[in-house]
Design a protein around this ligand. Structure first.
Ligand code: SER
Length: 316
């Protein structure tokens, strides 16, 4: 049996919901504790209410449950943080520091903290965006993720903190809903296609963004945490990539399964956020350093999403 004991913070979010499930499958239900700001949650394993900014509560929980690794997913995403910049900055940064400091003190051994394609901005090359490039984010979320990346690298270099990170693209899954991101349309579109047969998109038809199926994102997250420390060459955050499409392209793919589906466009403030992000990402370093690879591209992702959502509606 491994001694790994995991705390997932932000477990009720889009990524957390699926990550907890997968970590439990891999390490056993007893080795994983889910936590979030909500009073209650319905996991098949231990759940505790935890505010990541409450350092003492976090430390107490970690000591009490003999936690060795923390996955800190608590954050305000791009669209929500633009509506509440001060809180977005506070939560995203204080949450990270609270965990990095516990790792620095030696209370935990390993940390996962996600960054995002939101670190990139209008001066970054938009196509096949390299790992190392101009990074001038223009959203609060992007600024917080970029600052966080620099701090992760700093804690690693200065104090040997074993922190690992990937820059998530837009994430698409059928088990959970996204909360407050610019890429959320790529999940909403499936639900509306099945329910209404039509979708009004808040981005323009030709706005291409990097995207990934949730099972691939979970695989990247768990894989990067299992690799021997010396193989992790980048301690800020790794680019990871799977597919790139715009709303018209995903709509066409959905139409192959639901011919009567129609899409219309009514861009809102999220268009300006998307316009400053890359269209596609180069992830050579992740593929080389820790063997990252994706299983899903647009075509098989759309098929899998629709099959699973239909099945869930039938049983649910
Ligand atoms: N999906 C995120 C967002 O749109 C990007 O990391 O905010």
């Amino acid at each position: 049996m491994s001694d790994t004991r995991i705390l997932v913070i932000g477990a009720c979010g889009q990524v957390g919901t699926e990550l907890v499930e997968n970590l439990a499958l891999r390490f056993g239900n007893d080795a994983v504790i889910a936590s979030d700001i909500r009073d209650e949650a319905s996991f098949d394993l231990a759940y505790i209410k935890l505010d990541v900014m409450d350092r003492e509560a976090v430390k107490n929980a970690i000591v009490k449950h003999k936690i060795t690794e923390v996955y800190n997913l608590a954050a305000l995403l791009s669209a929500t943080a633009e509506k509440n910049p001060e809180f977005g900055w506070k939560l995203n940064m204080e949450g990270l520091f609270s965990i990095l400091d516990l790792a620095k003190e030696g209370v935990i051994k390993k940390v996962f903290w996600p960054s995002s394609i939101a670190v990139f901005g209008p001066t970054t090359p938009r196509i096949d965006t390299p790992q190392f490039t101009i990074i001038e984010p223009t959203t609060v979320y992007g600024i917080s993720k970029f600052a966080g990346e620099r701090w992760c690298e700093y804690y690693h270099k200065r104090w040997g903190v074993d922190v690992r990170s990937v820059r998530y693209p837009g994430l698409i899954g059928y088990k959970s809903l996204p909360g407050g991101g610019t890429t959320d349309y790529a999940v909403d579109i499936f639900h509306q296609a099945l329910k209404e047969g039509s979708y009004e998109c808040f981005l323009k038809e030709n706005t291409a963004l990097p995207m990934m199926y949730m099972s691939d994102a979970i695989k990247a997250t768990i894989d990067i945490m299992q690799v021997p420390a010396e193989e992790i060459k980048i301690r800020s955050s790794y680019n990871i990539s799977a597919m790139s499409f715009d709303p018209a392209q995903i709509a066409n793919e959905i139409k192959k399964h639901i011919p009567e589906f129609s899409i219309s466009y009514n861009p809102d403030f999220r268009q300006a956020i998307a316009d400053n992000w890359p269209a596609s990402i180069n992830d050579n370093e992740a593929r080389k350093d820790w063997n990252w690879s994706n299983a899903f591209t647009l075509e098989n992702m759309v098929t899998d999403m629709l099959e699973n959502l239909k099945e869930r509606n039938l049983v649910g």
